[in-house]
Design a protein around this ligand. Structure first.
Ligand code: SF4
Length: 330
């Protein structure tokens, strides 16, 4: 191999992922909690045991705490404190941001040990955001929460699930965040995990890749125009074309998945995903999130011509443009 050829970046260290329960103060149309919003949260002791187990089994320094909505767990500050006591250096929350009503509240989380937040934003205005999140008043609460998070100087970024309701508004979401918020790191646009949509009206949520492709590229280009870092998740990198280096999976770590019934080391590249014959020659096949079998079952048809094997991956831009260098939880 020539010494000038770009080398694939090293995989980041595995990270921990802790789901504190499925309860939520929202009702998002595509929610992976599978409608379990009113189920009780997991008990503090059970969560502590799980953290102990993860720490014993592997040298971990980053943890993502998720739900449901983790901020409505009655012991969430104690959970964060316990992570800090167990030497987690990066403690991250996936949240809708609504509970961060004041700077004092954010301050309590910071004091407990939280140092990073990912906030779900699914529409660029009140009507669309509340149409998807399905709670009146939640748009203003989210905006206030994000501003309080930013005022505390916390690392934060945004996460958008691409669905039928917002698919024609992705660049607007980028513009809205750029115009409304300051100091955020990046925005991630994610394709839904279809197996988590059982019981939901898939027809009102899912769009085919052929429609995702131009829209996600438009969002990335809006980001480039505005100087906002836009990334894609669960979207095969070949659909991003020249922006393939903005797929989060290119440096996404393995993680200790936490579920009520098991804790195991796993990968975001799931076994139940399809690699097409055309993928064999693709340089991205080792990190590509691949095509969900449920996608093929649902849409019946795969337009093979849009999956074009990638060559000469631009790893230098990956190193510069992804956040994993800092081992920030995803
Ligand atoms: S060609 Fe196949 S392996 Fe390559 S990015 Fe596309 S779907 Fe993934």
């Amino acid at each position: 191999m020539s010494s000038t050829m770009p080398v694939a970046p090293a995989r980041p260290k595995p990270q921990a992922y802790l789901r504190v329960g499925y309860a939520c103060n929202g009702r998002c149309t595509f929610c992976c909690a599978q409608g379990g919003w009113s189920r009780p949260m997991r008990k503090l002791e059970e969560l502590k045991q799980e953290i102990d187990k993860m720490v014993c089994e592997m040298d971990l320094e980053s943890i993502s705490i998720s739900g449901g909505e983790p901020t409505i767990h009655p012991d969430i500050l104690e959970v964060i404190r316990y992570c800090k006591q167990n030497a987690f250096r990066n403690i991250h929350l996936n949240s809708n941001g609504r509970e961060f009503k004041t700077r004092e509240i954010v301050g309590r989380y910071v004091e407990a040990g939280m140092n990073s937040v990912m906030i779900g934003i699914h529409g660029p205005n009140r009507e669309l955001q509340e149409g998807i999140h399905r709670v009146k008043g939640s748009f203003d609460q989210m905006v206030t929460g994000v501003k309080n998070i930013a005022a505390a100087g916390l690392f934060h970024r945004f996460f958008t699930v691409i669905c039928k309701a917002n698919m024609d508004h992705l660049p607007e979401i980028v513009r809205f965040c750029n115009d409304t918020f300051h100091g955020f790191h990046s925005m991630i646009f994610c394709y839904p995990v279809i197996k988590e949509l059982e019981g939901f009206d898939k027809d009102s949520i899912l769009i085919p890749y052929s429609q995702v492709q131009p829209r996600i590229q438009a969002a990335i280009e809006k980001g480039i125009e505005l100087g906002v870092r836009v990334q894609a998740q669960l979207v095969p990198p070949c659909l991003l074309g020249e922006y393939h280096y903005l797929a989060t999976e290119i440096r996404r770590p393995d993680f200790f998945a936490s579920e009520p019934t098991h804790t195991k080391l796993t990968s975001f590249i799931e076994e139940d995903r399809l690699l097409l014959p055309t993928c064999r020659s693709c340089e991205a096949k080792h990190f590509c999130p691949r095509i969900q079998y449920d996608y093929v079952r649902y849409f019946a048809d795969l337009p093979a011509d849009i999956f074009r094997p990638l060559r000469d991956l631009d790893y230098r831009r990956v190193s510069m443009d992804t956040v994993s260098e800092r081992n920030i939880p995803l």
